[in-house]
Design a protein around this ligand. Sequence first.
Ligand code: B4P
Length: 190
Amino acid sequence: MLNIVLFGPPGAGKGTQAVNVIEKYKLMHLSTGDMLRAAKAAGTELGKRVAAIMDAGNLVSDEIVIALIEERLQQNPDAAGFIFDGFPRTIPQAEALDALLNANGNPINICVSMAVDEEELVTRLLKRAEDQGRADDTREVIQNRIKEYTNKTLPVASYYGKQGKLANINGIGSVEEIFERISAVLDSAK
Ligand code: B4P
């Protein structure tokens, strides 16, 4: 089993790269951002609870995202492995994920951290705003998302570093070049 965390700031390209990774390594894609956006679009109780938080660029509560991930893990006991995209985003989320996976004897193998400078992140997300019109891709909200990342999410990289499970890659370049860098890391982690 191969369990991967794809890590990086908003706009680093986690979702973009996850598409290629699941195809090549036959993993199940678990994106908390996609799950929350789907709930919002469907207008479920959960969607109503998280809409304003997401639109402001804040992190939703640990309790909500941990429950989403736990449910998906339980629904897919036969998966060949998971790629966690946009999760964990806080230390309590990382600890909860370890507890869930360790209970099954299939811990995280590697956390791939994609480094992209702030100027490039803002450029990418403003471009995505033009293409997709996402509510959280305005200049002001992007700045808040980067602030949330720096304050709450960045410590997660050290969390995996202390476990000897952190691989840093350059997240700038073409989608194909970055995928090659990720593949090299995953091939040596298998
Ligand atoms: P996410 O959906 O995870 O959003 P993201 O950070 O924007 O995504 P990503 O890095 O995947 O970027 P993408 O590939 O699309 O989260 C959204 C919100 O949900 C959060 O702000 C939060 O409110 C909530 N949330 C989610 N998970 C949570 C959690 N665990 N805890 C609490 N709250 C949570 O790439 C961005 C753009 O760059 C795209 O337009 C893409 O085309 C472009 N791009 C990608 N690679 C490129 C490259 N190599 N060169 C040029 N452009 C590139």
